[in-house]
Structure formats: C-alpha cells, structure tokens
Design a protein around this ligand. Structure first.
Ligand SMILES: [Zn+2]
Ligand SMILES: [Zn+2]
Length: 647
C-alpha cells in the first residue's frame, strides 16, 4: 500500500543540522541536486551516517548525509580507486586474456595486480600505451554502474571469463563473512568485483599518471602466483599532478637507500635482508642521536638496563607474545631448549622489575633500554631503513600507580616535543589508537587505559585524531608523527598503557598500608626505531646534516702529497678539541678532492697547502657560507663549537 503513495517522503539531516525533505527512494545525487545545482555538478559520492556511498544509492530515512566533493581529503582516494578500475579496463582491453586480481588506492596513488597471459611481459616501456588507453576511457566519461548479484551467479559470471582470482575472492567472502550477494561495478566494457563506492563516472578522474611496474605475489604470499603490479596516481588537476611529480623527484634525490652507502652511513646486503650494516659514519650518527635521547633520560630520571636478545620460549608464552605475535618472531633451538629472539623488550624489563620487591615510594620507576629487536617481516615489504627486520628501539617501561599514569604520559609528550624540536621537526601530529580485534584483557581494563591516555592529551590541550581498533594487542596507544622537509608524515614515538603484562608477570609493589598492589606499565619509545629515525633524518636533511649532527664535520684536503703530514697534525689537534674530522689522503688533484668532498656533504672543507703549513693555519670553506678565509685550529674549533650550540 505504501508503495502506491507517491507522496511519501524521507528526511535527511545535513551537516549544518538542517533537515532536507526528499521523495522516498531519493538518491545521493537527488540530495545534491536538491541542495543546489553547483553541488550536484561537484558531487562525487555521499557520506551516509559517516559511511561513503555511491551517489546513485537510495538514501535511508533519517540519515545524516554529507556530499563529497573534490575539496574533501577522501575524494582523492575515491578517484584513485576509480582510476585503478580504469587501468584494469585498459589493460584487459590491450592484453586479452589478462587475469585481474585487486586494485586498491594507496597513500600516493593506486595500483592493480595482474596476471598477464603466457608470453606477455609488461614493463615500464608499456606504461605510456596503457596510460593513453586510460585517457580515452576518461575522455569518454563512462559511468560507474553498480549491480548486486547472488554469490553463485557472480562466481558463474567470473568463471565464464576465466577470472579465477575473482572467483577465489568471492568464495572467501562466502567463507569468512557469510556473504550471500556481492557487488560488481561496471565502467565501459569492464566489470569488476568491488565493494565500492565509486565516483559517478570516469570523466571525474581528471588526470592520471602511471609510474612503475613491479613484481608481486597473489595475496603477498611467496608460495602463490607471481603477478605484475602497475602503480599509478590520479589528481583533480594537472597542476596538482605536476607538484606531486616534482616532490617525487626531490624524494628520489634524497632517497636514504642511495645516500646511505654513498655517505658511508650504512649498507644493506642480501646475506641479511632487512638487517642494516651500520658503517663508520652511520654509527657516529646513531651515537649522536643516542646522546640526545640520553639527555632526556637523565633529565626525566630514567634508569637504563640491558637485557638478553634471546630468551626461553616459555617467557614468550607468559608475556602473551606467543599467542598474539608469534608469526612475527624468530625462533632458535639449542641443547633441546627452544628460544625466541626478542621482538620487543617488555618481557626483559618485567623480569628486571619482578626480581626485587618494590615500595610505592619508588614509583614511578622508569626503566629504559636501547633494545635491539628482530621481527620476521616478509621480504617484499622491507624498505631500506624504514621497514627492517632488526632494529634498536629507544625503549622504556614505566611502572607506576594508576593515579600516576596521566602525569607520566604528559612527561613523555614533553620529552618527545623537546627531542623532535632538537632534530628540526616542529610539526608533531598525534594519533590515539584503541582496542584491536585481537587483544587480551577485559573491557573495563581497556576503557580505563583509553581514558587515561585521552585525559593526558586533553589536559595538555593537545589535538589528536582517533584510530579506532589500531591499538597494540595489550593496550591502547598514542603515536607521534613528524612531518619532514618534503611534507611527508612519519610515525616515530609511541606511548602505550598496559594493564595486562604486570598481571602476566605477577608484578607488585607495596602500598602505604603494606598491601600488595599491581603497578600499571607504560611502554614508550621517543624516537621509535633508531634505524627508521636515522633514515627519516637522512632524507629530511638530504644527507647534509647540520653541524652538530654531521658524522664528519670537517674534511681536511691536503693540496698535494707533501701536505698530508701537516693535514694529519691539523686533524689531530681538531679531534682533541672535539671536532669530528677526517683527512683525504688520496693522491688526487685538489680539484678532484673538492668535488668529492662536495658529494660527501660535510659542513666544512679545510684546505692545507704550503701557505697554511708555513703559517700553521688552514683555509676554511663552509658549505653554507662559502670561503671563510684562513684561521688557526683553535679558532676553527671554536667556530664549530658555536655552530653546534646554535643547532
Ligand atoms: Zn574497486
Ligand atoms: Zn614494551
């Protein structure tokens, strides 16, 4: 009966709280048109009760709605997903028989993984051709059309096209989620299994650029089919794309994987994938970074410990790592006993705390450890120093009373502010992550922990974003993100409240009434992984570190072989005065030495020849300020000292 009454309406709530009356069955596009013709043209999708949907979907009654346009940060992700479908459309057309797998949007663009037919090899030379075909589909402004099919029919549909990966995906949806229907999206002749949402048509993608081709495995699993991944990106304007490409060029020039070996900082070898070899200059850099962290440890009254890298597997059962983290751990066996290489430092710290009786008077007890940890990452995800298998955390565990949590978290935030500023990062973004699916502990414990973190951030008036479900398995966490010289965001520090591990290790302290109480444990790292932080620093400074952080502050360049002995004398005196200095002893021309020194990116070059040797001086050339004239070693050492202090 209701169906016959054309006058039925629904009401949607707009972002400003105003109601919008629409006929029953109205879509997102209808809502946009009802608000105004400009918005109808600009609309890309619609948020319905917070969830992004297609404009063509009918709206439920009473929903809160917001129209998505290209001004919305999520809009880029939407058109990049659209672009991935268009790329698949072009590829399937150009290379008949290609099997499609998945094609998600990623941070800077999108990719799609394909299995090309026997004998077809696609590489970077083919990208132009694929891009041209994509541009034709974009110019044709093909609509994205959704249809929902019962799973049996969808499986039939994809099987008939030999799209086995799609069949497997649907079968998984049935098994894992009990799916009865799946959605398909069509653009032009191409139809893909997809949850959506999508923009209204391909024309809205505006501009695309394909960037690279890489190998990948189906589902990232080395035992499954080898696929070809094509990467690309999409933007709303040519100008945005140009800016993006310019940034990519700059990022390439700063790539720490290239600068690391070039500047003698670190190297990576196939003998130990994901486990960096720190070279002399890099080790100096790490020491300098360490020293800054140690300043914070002294200032904030931490004690420092060192615990074993390899411990009995029983310990990892007790800590919960076996149940929750096993797939990321390395194991080893000796004398019939099974051991694990530590992926985290917490259990070692708990054994140290638990070895003695503690009074409430000792709390908060702050125990730091520069702990090297190893994590079994898949080889495919390793990336220079940024994603490794072995790294050192500037870790600490704080044992305190529940009342002390807010104060401790506040102190950690302050330490992070001071430390990051010292390294030249002043834009710090904070994220609060809450309980994940796989976790230990009760609802009440989680609520208390999450509340404590929130309180600390709010009491300091700090802005933060919420990451629901992204916490550690043992507790909620605050992550600290920095922005580098190219505007890229990196997660570094972390602070996690943990009510569980003290229970697992039966840790206690004696309260004023002589009763045994459970301490709260806070895991925190200021810089996070030292390797990763060093990698970020290398790229942030493009390898040209400020004077205080440069592994080699000055390079002595003897004009000819007969000046090497004098150069060595100068270096010895400077070293005694605290300057980090090296001598170029090679029998090369001075022009060559200067050019190589330029590549080495040291702040100062000290040229010594006959004149300098006679006067007992050195000719100073600063990278920043050019020629500074000749001066004595003491004068130069004082200059370096001044530069160090001003940062
Ligand atoms: Zn899709
Ligand atoms: Zn920990």
């Amino acid at each position: 009966m209701g169906r016959m009454e054309a006058s039925t309406t629904i009401t949607a709530k707009l972002p400003d709280g105003k109601p919008l009356e629409l006929p029953d069955g109205a879509t997102g596009a209808d809502a946009a048109a009802a608000i105004g013709p400009g918005l109808a043209r600009a609309a890309l999708a619609i948020r319905v009760d917070g969830e992004l949907r297609d404009l063509s979907a009918a709206l439920p009654d009473g929903a809160e709605i917001a129209i998505l346009t290209d001004r919305d940060p999520e809009a880029l992700e939407l058109i990049r997903h659209d672009a991935a479908h268009v790329m698949a459309e072009a590829v399937v057309d150009l290379y008949p028989g290609t099997k499609v797998t998945i094609g998600p949007p990623i941070e800077q663009g999108f990719y799609y993984d394909f299995e090309f037919p026997e004998g077809v090899k696609v590489n970077e030379d083919d990208l132009e051709r694929i891009e041209a075909a994509m541009n034709e589909h974009i110019a044709a402004d093909e609509a994205f059309e959704r249809r929902d099919l019962p799973v049996a029919e969808a499986i039939e549909h994809f099987r008939a096209q030999n799209q086995d990966y799609k069949v497997e995906l649907i079968e998984d949806l049935v098994r894992d989620e009990g799916a009865e229907t799946v959605s398909l999206y069509r653009n032009g002749p191409f139809e893909d299994l997809c949850r959506g949402p999508h923009g209204p048509s391909t024309g809205r993608i505006a501009t695309v650029k394909l960037s690279s081709v890489a190998g990948s495995y189906w589902r990232g699993d080395e035992t499954r089919e080898v696929l070809t991944r094509i990467y690309g990106t999409a933007f709303f304007s040519k100008a945005d794309l140009e800016r993006h490409l310019e940034l990519l060029e700059q990022a390439k020039a700063r790539d720490h994987r290239r600068l690391g070996p070039q500047l003698g900082l670190f190297m990576l070898r196939k003998e130990a994938p994901g486990m960096p070899f720190w070279l002399a200059h890099g080790t100096t850099l790490l020491r300098l970074i360490d020293a800054e962290v140690h300043k914070q440890l002294r200032k904030r009254e931490y004690e420092e410990i060192k615990t074993p890298h390899v411990m009995d597997v029983d310990l990892w059962h007790r800590s919960g790592h076996w149940d929750n983290y096993r797939e990321n751990m390395y194991f080893t066996e000796s004398g019939g006993r099974e051991y694990a290489v530590r992926p985290m430092n917490c259990p070692g710290a708990c054994l140290v705390f638990g070895a003695e009786r503690h009074s409430y008077r000792e709390l908060p007890l702050r125990i730091a450890e520069f702990g090297q940890v190893s994590r079994a990452e898949r080889e495919g995800v390793l990336h220079g120093l940024l994603r490794v298998r072995a790294f050192t955390q500037d870790d600490a565990h704080i044992y305190c009373t529940p009342e002390q949590v807010v104060g401790e978290v506040t102190g950690i935030c302050e330490a992070i502010d001071e430390l990051y500023e010292r390294f030249g990062f002043d834009d710090v973004r904070i994220e609060l992550s809450t309980r994940p699916e796989k976790s230990i502990g009760t609802d009440e414990q989680w609520q208390k922990a999450e509340q404590a973190l929130r309180e600390a951030l709010e009491a300091q008036g700090r802005e933060y974003t919420l990451n629901p479900g992204d916490g550690a398995f043992y507790g909620p966490k605050i992550d600290f993100h920095i922005t580098d010289a190219l505007g890229r965001s990196w997660q570094c520090g972390t602070c996690q409240v943990d009510f569980f591990m003290p229970e697992r290790f039966d840790l206690t302290y004696t309260d004023p009434d002589d009763a045994q109480q459970r301490p709260v444990m806070i895991h925190r790292a200021l810089l996070g992984s030292m390797e990763r932080f060093a990698g970020i620093l290398i790229e942030h400074h493009a390898g040209r570190f400020p004077v205080w952080l440069a592994p080699v502050q000055a390079l002595v360049l003897p004009i000819s072989d007969r000046h090497v002995a004098y150069g060595e004398q100068v270096a010895t005196r400077l070293r005694e005065a605290g300057v980090r200095v090296e001598v170029d002893r090679r029998s090369e021309s001075i022009g060559r030495k200067v050019r190589d020194a330029e590549i080495g990116r040291n702040p100062f070059m000290l040229v010594v020849g006959d004149k300098e040797q006679e006067s007992g001086e050195l000719a100073v050339r600063s990278h920043e300020q050019g020629e500074l004239g000749t001066m004595g070693t003491a004068e130069f050492a004082a200059l370096v000292q001044r530069e160090q202090e001003t940062g």
